[in-house]
Design a protein around this ligand. Structure first.
Ligand code: GRG
Length: 292
């Protein structure tokens, strides 16, 4: 990972952490709030980076875009807490630490996830974002669509349904499922910066579609080849569950080649932006080279 991208990712992560800390401050040691702080800390903050970097590309200062970046990270954190529950993936490890329902209990994990989701929408209403009402409304509407039953929740439901289906999913079905489950939030993140800057999100949409799919293919590869000490989550789960993945359908080399093609596609979508988009190009390359 190049120094410029690494520094910017770290910088965005720090700004988002301060924003979330501030939003959750002053509530004492209530367990559900402690669980929200725990669940929304750590992680690569790739979605936050996408919001802030596409924002910068469209002339938006970090002090404005960080609220939208924190919002998408809050939704992402909620999805991970709920995904780890015994009724879903039943995981014990996330971001290298015990999952929320093990550190507290299931009820606290459900509530912390719910409250992180509400928090996300309240962050989009913050005055500090300095967004006109129509832009703010569009960000709220599109985040609801990306997170809900037209996006991430639909993808999660398709994933759960596939586990009990008679036949493994086809490549087209997996691609659609993943576009919903992980692609929708990644897409929202890349488009949010353009929307905040009053720009046209079309190129960001093309970039993020390719990026989101490459991200998921890399995730499938990591589930086969990753090291739990580095990924901070259990690996080998897909094969153990007999799940169809990009690796089971394309083979390891095929999956790597497809991911590399998608990175080229994502990079090509940034042509019109010239040098200014170098951070986003590096992000695309990072997505398939990452070890965590
Ligand atoms: C429970 C409604 C609901 C949705 C859950 C996103 C999701 C849907 C589940 C996560 C399961 C999973 C491991 C998906 C693979 C891709 C993914 C989202 C990985 C985690 O994202 P990273 O790598 O995580 O960006 P960090 O920890 O870096 O933020």
């Amino acid at each position: 990972m190049s120094g410029v991208f690494q520094d910017r990712l770290k910088d965005c992560a720090g700004q988002v952490a301060s924003c979330l800390d501030g939003a959750l401050a002053g509530r004492g040691d209530v367990p559900v709030v402690q669980a929200m702080r725990y669940a929304s800390s750590g992680g690569k903050r790739l979605r936050a980076f996408l919001v802030m970097e596409t924002g910068r590309l469209h002339g938006v200062a970090d002090a404005r875009s960080v609220w939208a970046a924190a919002a998408v990270e809050a939704i992402h954190a909620y999805s991970l807490v709920h995904d780890d529950l015994p009724c879903m993936d039943d995981d014990d490890l996330r971001r290298g630490r015990p999952t929320v329902h093990l550190k507290w209990d299931e009820a606290t994990a459900v509530l912390a996830g719910d409250a992180l989701q509400s928090l996300a929408f309240s962050l989009l209403c913050r005055d500090e974002m300095q967004a006109p009402a129509d832009v703010r409304l569009e960000l709220v509407r599109s985040l609801a669509a990306a997170a809900g039953v037209d996006g991430m929740v639909l993808g999660q439901a398709q994933d759960i349904r596939a586990e009990s289906a008679g036949a493994p999913l086809s490549l087209a079905e997996i691609t659609e499922l993943q576009a919903n489950k992980t692609g929708a939030l990644i897409g929202w993140s890349a488009e949010a910066g353009a929307r905040l800057g009053g720009g046209d999100p079309t190129q960001m949409r093309l970039y993020s579609r390719a990026l989101g799919l490459a991200f998921q293919i890399a995730d499938d590869i990591l589930d086969v080849e990753g090291d739990v000490a580095v990924t901070g989550k259990r690996v080998g789960k897909d094969a153990a569950a007999g799940k169809a993945t990009f690796v089971s359908l394309l083979g390891l080399e095929g999956a790597r080649a497809r991911a590399a093609d998608l990175v080229d596609e994502a990079v090509a979508a940034l042509d019109a932006y010239g040098e200014k988009a170098e951070g986003l190009r590096e992000a695309a390359r990072f997505v398939i080279s990452r070890q965590m």
